[in-house]
Design a protein around this ligand. Structure first.
Ligand SMILES: [Cu+2]
Length: 360
């Protein structure tokens, strides 16, 4: 059931990879050719009349009064064409706005300047992967980048699917599509969403030298990719749990930590803390909190610190804020905790407990 009905790009339009694409494209080409026909007819008549009725010596113009049949014809025939365009457009609009009942929901979160996609299984990724021939409904929202960078307008745009919808702070917007062709397609943010102030400080060389040019420099870098794969590939992709390349949860956690946490935390004993506390020798020790209380750094405390960092603030760090990582799947959070526990001389028990948990 993986027969593909999508098609290649033409001079005017990108490749078509969804059930909506033929609708949009046929209406586009109908309107295009109607416009071409009118252009040729109108400009042709204009040129012919300019020549035929040019001023000549001794010829006096005798314009006719009017021609009822002709006037009725050119009033009502365009009306029919417009009614046809409206009908086709409305049909496409309805199709685009009513997701089929069997659609799977994928959440999209837009931030300055990145995308995260959250799958029903709990998996989170920066690129979107969907099964072919399966309706998918995107439920989209805009999020702050940090404390002083509030949520802004974005727009989710996948030309190959012919779908585009604004993402508005403070509300959910949605769209749906059914992919009809395997492959990888571009995802754009189509609503100007700001310029990174550091861009001015980067040289052209720095901007173009890193592997994903412009990735961190504002709206124009807010790009991602859509992968349309078979249902079997999708199922194994969306599975959460430890990827095969890691032997233990702690090893997997280290890689998650390096991707998400090292901007603010060091984890070697004796290193001076950066934005947040040094996370070595935290597990198993009493943590001094703002307000004079303290909490034992056990599994609950660590889960809370990662999901709801503001619930308990470590003494001395009240001026820096940690963003919530509550959108990470449970398994990833446990792997992170296993890694942090492995970096404490009192963490061995917690590591054993977390390594023993069943993996799907
Ligand atoms: Cu954007």
């Amino acid at each position: 059931m993986n027969d593909q009905t999508g098609y290649d790009a033409t001079i005017q339009l990108p490749e078509g990879a969804s059930t909506l694409a033929p609708h949009v494209d046929s209406l586009y080409y109908d309107i295009f050719w109607i416009s071409v026909a009118f252009f040729v007819a109108i400009v042709g008549c204009m040129v012919w009349f300019a020549y035929r009725f040019r001023r000549r010596k001794g010829v006096k113009s005798k314009p006719p009064g009017h021609h009822t049949a002709l006037e009725l014809f050119w009033t009502f025939s365009p009306l029919l064409l417009l009614a046809y365009m409206f009908h086709q457009g409305f049909e496409g609009y309805m199709m685009m706005n009513i997701p089929p009942a069997n659609a799977i929901n994928i959440r999209a979160e837009a931030r300055q300047w990145s995308w995260s996609f959250l799958y029903p299984t709990g998996k989170v990724d920066g690129e979107l992967t969907v099964p072919i021939h399966q309706p998918v409904r995107m439920i989209m929202s805009s999020h702050p980048r940090g404390v002083d960078h509030p949520a802004v307008l974005h727009s989710f745009f996948v030309p190959a699917l012919r779908v585009k919808r604004d993402i508005v702070p403070g509300m959910y917007t949605s769209l749906w599509f059914e992919a009809t062709r395997l492959g990888t397609y571009d995802i754009y943010c189509a609503e100007y969403c700001g310029l990174d102030p550091i861009q001015g400080e980067l040289t052209d060389q720095q901007i173009h030298n890193n592997g994903r040019p412009l990735a961190s420099v504002g709206h124009s870098g807010m790009l991602s990719r859509l992968h349309v794969v078979t249902m079997e590939e999708y199922t194994s992709y969306a599975r959460t749990g430890r990827p095969d390349e890691f032997e233990t949860n702690a090893a997997w956690g280290e890689s998650i930590f390096n991707q998400n946490c090292t901007a603010c935390h060091v984890i070697e004993p004796g290193q001076a803390p950066t934005v947040g506390p040094n996370l070595s020798n935290v597990v198993g020790y009493e943590q001094p909190l703002v307000g004079g209380t303290g909490r034992m750094a056990d599994l609950d405390y660590l889960r809370e610190s990662i999901r709801e960092p503001q619930a308990a603030i470590v003494n001395g760090f009240e001026n820096a804020a940690m963003p919530s990582f509550g959108s990470l799947p449970e398994a990833n959070i446990d792997a992170l905790i296993a890694y942090i526990a492995s970096r404490s001389d009192r963490g061995a028990d917690l590591v054993t407990q977390l390594e023993a948990e069943p993996q799907e």
